[in-house]
Design a protein around this ligand. Structure first.
Ligand code: SAH
Ligand code: SF4
Length: 395
């Protein structure tokens, strides 16, 4: 592996505490950190562990935001907590609902930045696509997020807060005492929104730990999928420290083409990536690695590409399924979507070789909620608003 500086620029992480004078947000803290803070602010040390458990359940299991609702805590203690702490998640700025039921939310985080979150209902599940960064430092040439300047990493509160926001909107918080629901509206999480999750590893890990915590959001690790463009050194850590399923933005079968489509390939090439996947400790037939492959007309969609893709996966003996993604066009995009016939021919070669090759259904197209289109509409709106203001000023 070549060891120079990683391909990241201008990544800022906000401190987890709000500035002086503000209250401390309890959302997104690890149990240990919450315990330390409770003790620091007057909770007797002997009680602290139990209090963390109680507060944790109120926040993540029952969706409460007000200490006054935490009825198994003494009234005076609830008031004491409310003086120092708060329970705060990102604020919903707008919500759009597609004709196919897909919901796209624009949420505002600290500093006035905005990220998008997409909820995709299906027959047997409901998937929430969440963001890990504002923008992305990487510059994949087919991805609209990649054309935006990264502003910053999201905090654990902002990451898990997206899930809590969606549960609010879906009105899915259970009522205390009621039996656990078997099927949930929000049953799966995919880290496929804006940003490269493995360049914000610690915050993504802390947030997903809460999502998986049986006393927290309580989703199984098998219902969480992290998608990465291929940050090789962090792939093994993903298995060890998060344990979720893995998806890889593969997208090309030669280094020459992948260098252009997914430039992180210049740092960790196809063989280095495949080796990391072959070593992924969680990979098995029941927990296959998803290879995401965007279908770009005349760029990566030939029969030879399909055969080479299979050869790569076989050479490294990786338990895999291949998810073909019809390219979602965005204004000014330098590529076109492959034809349906081409996509089906490509899928068929993969299927004949013995691998699942689903073609990803494009959801929420009418509200620009599809993969790789996020944030575009608001960016455009903002730019034009600015333009309008500039013009108005000139007059
Ligand atoms: N940064 C991570 C996760 C976010 S992107 C990653 O790259 O994996 C989620 C998926 O959408 C990736 O597979 C990405 O390559 C794909 N994608 C990006 N832009 C797209 C577009 N315009 N059309 C289709 N898929 C796109
Ligand atoms: Fe970033 Fe993923 Fe888009 Fe590449 S595809 S620019 S890694 S969000």
């Amino acid at each position: 592996m070549t060891a120079s500086a990683p391909i990241t620029q201008d990544v800022m992480t906000l401190p987890r505490k709000e500035p002086e004078g503000g209250k401390i947000n309890l959302v997104g803290l690890t149990r240990e950190r919450m315990r330390e803070l409770l003790i620091e602010h007057g909770t007797p040390e002997k009680q602290a562990k139990m209090r963390v458990g109680q507060i944790w359940q109120w926040i993540y299991q029952w969706g409460k935001r007000d200490f006054a609702d935490m009825t198994n805590l003494a009234k005076a203690y609830r008031a004491q907590l409310a003086e120092t702490f708060e329970i705060r998640i990102p604020e919903v700025v707008s919500k759009q609902v597609s004709t196919d039921g897909t919901r796209k939310y624009l949420v505002r985080i600290n500093g006035g930045h905005e990220v998008e979150v997409v909820y995709i209902p299906e027959d047997d599940r409901g998937t929430l696509c969440i963001s890990s960064q504002v923008g992305c430092t990487l510059t994949c040439s087919f991805c609209h997020t990649g054309t935006q300047k990264l502003v910053r990493n999201l905090t654990p509160a902002e990451i898990v807060g997206q899930v809590m926001m969606a549960r609010d909107d879906l009105e899915e918080w259970p009522v205390p005492g009621a039996p656990k629901e078997e099927t949930r509206l929000l049953s799966n999480i995919v880290l496929m929104g804006m940003g490269e999750p493995l360049y914000n590893f610690d915050n993504v890990r802390d947030a997903m730990k809460i999502a998986m915590d049986p006393e927290g959001i309580s989703l199984s690790r098998r219902r969480i999928t992290l998608s990465t463009s291929g940050v090789v050194p962090e792939i093994a850590r993903t298995a060890e420290e998060i344990g979720c399923l893995l998806a890889i933005s593969f997208h090309a079968t030669t280094n020459e083409t992948r260098d252009v489509l997914v430039p992180i390939n210049k740092r960790w090439n196809i063989d280095e990536l495949l080796q990391a996947l072959a070593d992924y400790p969680k990979a098995s037939n029941s927990e296959r690695i998803t290879f995401e492959y965007v279908m770009l007309d005349g760029v990566n969609d030939t029969d030879e590409d399909a055969h080479r893709l299979i050869d790569h996966i076989k050479r490294y003996n990786i338990p895999a399924k291949i998810n073909l993604i019809p390219f979602n066009e965005w204004p000014g995009a330098p590529y076109k979507r492959s034809s349906n016939n081409r996509i089906h021919a490509f899928a068929n070669i993969i299927y004949q070789a013995g691998y699942a090759s689903p073609i990803r259904k494009t959801r929420g197209e009418d509200i620009m909620a599809a993969c790789g289109q996020l944030k575009s509409a608001t960016e455009r709106a903002r730019k034009s608003r600015k333009q309008i203001e500039a013009e108005a000023g000139m007059k």
